[in-house]
Write a protein that binds this ligand. Structure first.
Ligand code: SF4
Ligand code: SF4
Length: 195
């Protein structure tokens, strides 16, 4: 008798559980959906969302502030001094560019999207974009290279900078070897001069 009661009790419990589950499902048929059909539909990003970085290299003055601010060292910048004859142009905010930037790499695989590189940039040329889908199969493809100088341009700039440094060093050495003008001693006042 006890077994029969337990049998029908289990059936009742199962029906009750199904009814509760279906009740939840039925209720949600009439509530607005909270999911989107990604990737066909994409959610609107918050106003200050931090995603993939971009560098407008035309406005970069090679100051290295962004790289110094990066807590994970994922920005690599190399610079070459320009000579007085070089005209590297000006940035869109009017700053004169004085340094070549032959290397400007960001290893975005290391980036933690803290945004600390964005704030110190004096020309506002490094910034976050709305792009958040950039997965790759090869990790190397996540190293973004923003510099645009060709190998021959880099070589020319390096040679010119080297020559300029050598000329400057030669001038300094010549100045150091040049005879110094004699130091004139102050003339003492006559002994009988009243003070
Ligand atoms: S967002 Fe942060 S981690 Fe990424 S490059 Fe900028 S400073 Fe470095
Ligand atoms: S802070 Fe801005 S201007 Fe300076 S090196 Fe970085 S990107 Fe270029």
């Amino acid at each position: 008798m006890n077994q029969v009661a337990e049998y029908f009790g289990n059936i009742t419990q199962s029906l009750k559980t199904i009814a509760i589950g279906m009740g939840v499902t039925f209720r949600h048929l009439f509530t607005p959906a909270v999911t989107v059909q990604y990737p066909t539909v994409k959610m609107k990003l918050p106003e200050r969302a931090r995603n993939r970085l971009y560098v407008n290299i035309d406005d970069c003055i090679g100051c290295d502030q962004c790289s110094k601010a990066c807590p994970v060292d994922c920005i690599e910048i190399e610079i070459i001094k320009s000579t007085p004859e070089d005209d590297l142009g000006i940035t869109s905010s009017g700053s004169k560019k004085k340094l070549h930037v032959p290397v400007f790499n960001i290893d975005i695989a290391k980036c933690c999207y803290c945004g600390l590189c964005v704030y110190p940039c004096p020309t506002e040329c490094i910034y976050m974009t709305p792009v958040y889908e950039f997965s790759e199969f090869d990790r190397q493809n996540l190293i973004y290279n923003y510099a645009r100088m060709s190998p021959s341009e880099i070589e020319t700039a390096q040679l010119k900078a080297k020559k300029m440094d050598e000329e400057l060093a030669a001038k300094k050495a010549a100045a150091a070897l040049a005879p110094k003008p004699p130091v004139t001693q102050p003339i003492p006042p006559p002994a009988n001069t009243a003070i």
